[in-house]
Design a protein around this ligand. Structure first.
Ligand code: SF4
Length: 212
């Protein structure tokens, strides 16, 4: 039997998620927002849930929070098209309320399969809902900027870009965290490169994070 490539697995999963009716959010959504990005990204971002714009179009982080994230990524030299972006739940909760624990649990399998297929170098958790859902964390503001290792996966913690809309002082935190995340990925690449250099002296020139 021919094994599936990661892109095939990701596309298969996205198709399944688009048909999902495992929780009540399937009854009120316009579109499922499975996630967006390349099949083997350096960084995978996980937020809370799609909002109104995302629900209308079926793409993640395209409203005001998305614009804040884009600007912070750009300042840090991270190419958005080279990272994978998704949420803890793939359907919009009515009135943008926080997804319930039952909804998060119902959607957990989709997220875990995405993490497994994508196998990113690092996962960036955006905000307290994702922090609590994935790591049982309490205060993202207190813990932001930290790296947590769990079950062999590295998680980077930062605030949700939407929180910047209500608390402007968090913008500097988000921007500084994206710079730290970019540095972390570059350091990881340097280590990879050192290992490769021992095997092969010919090296490609440095590239922007996210570019393949
Ligand atoms: S939120 Fe997740 S579990 Fe619920 S219907 Fe949407 S895809 Fe399925």
């Amino acid at each position: 039997m021919t094994p599936f490539a990661s892109g095939d697995l990701l596309e298969r999963l996205s198709s399944e998620v688009r048909e999902c009716t495992l929780c009540a959010l399937s009854q009120t959504r316009k579109n499922v927002v499975a996630g967006e990005g390349p099949r083997s990204p350096d960084i995978m971002f996980i937020g809370e849930a799609p909002g109104r714009h995302e629900d209308s179009v079926g793409k993640p982080f395209i409203g005001s929070a998305g614009r804040i994230l884009d600007a912070a990524l750009s300042k840090a030299g991270i190419d958005r098209s080279g990272v994978f972006i998704t949420n803890v739940v793939k359907c919009r909760p009515p009135n943008n309320r926080r997804p319930t624990s039952q909804e998060r649990l119902a959607c957990r399998g989709h997220l875990e399969r995405q993490m497994l297929i994508l196998s990113p170098k690092i996962i960036c958790i955006l905000g307290s809902t994702a922090y609590h859902s994935l790591l049982g964390g309490k205060s993202i503001v207190a813990d932001r900027g930290k790296i947590v290792k769990r079950d062999g996966i590295r998680f980077f913690l930062t605030v949700h870009p939407a929180s910047v809309i209500y608390n402007k002082s968090l913008l500097t935190d988000l921007e500084n965290d994206m710079l730290s995340l970019a540095a972390e990925v570059r350091d990881g690449r340097r280590l990879d490169k050192k290992t490769t250099t021992r095997r092969n002296r010919k090296q490609p020139p440095p590239r922007k994070i996210g570019s393949k």
